[in-house]
Design a protein. Structure first.
Length: 68
C-alpha cells in the first residue's frame, strides 16, 4: 500500500487516532533503528578534535573576513 493510498484514510481519522498513529509509527521506526546497532560491537565516531586542516581553513576565512 502506498502513501497516496493511505493518506486519505489518515486525514479522515480523529485527532486522537492521528496521535495514536504517530505513536505507532514512531515505535515502529524505533524498533527498526534498534536493529541497526548490534550489542557488544564498537562503532567508529568521527570527531572534529583532530581536524587541523579544517580548523586552519576556517581561521584563514575568519582572518580574511576581518581584513575586509
Amino acid at each position: 500500500m502506498s502513501l497516496a493510498e493511505v493518506l486519505p484514510e489518515v486525514q479522515s481519522l480523529s485527532r486522537l487516532d492521528k496521535i495514536r498513529l504517530i505513536q505507532i509509527v514512531a515505535q515502529e521506526l524505533e524498533r527498526e533503528e534498534s536493529e541497526l546497532i548490534e550489542p557488544n560491537r564498537s562503532y567508529p565516531v568521527w570527531s572534529p578534535d583532530r581536524a587541523f586542516t579544517a580548523a586552519g581553513s576556517l581561521l584563514e576565512a575568519l582572518e580574511d573576513e576581518k581584513g575586509r
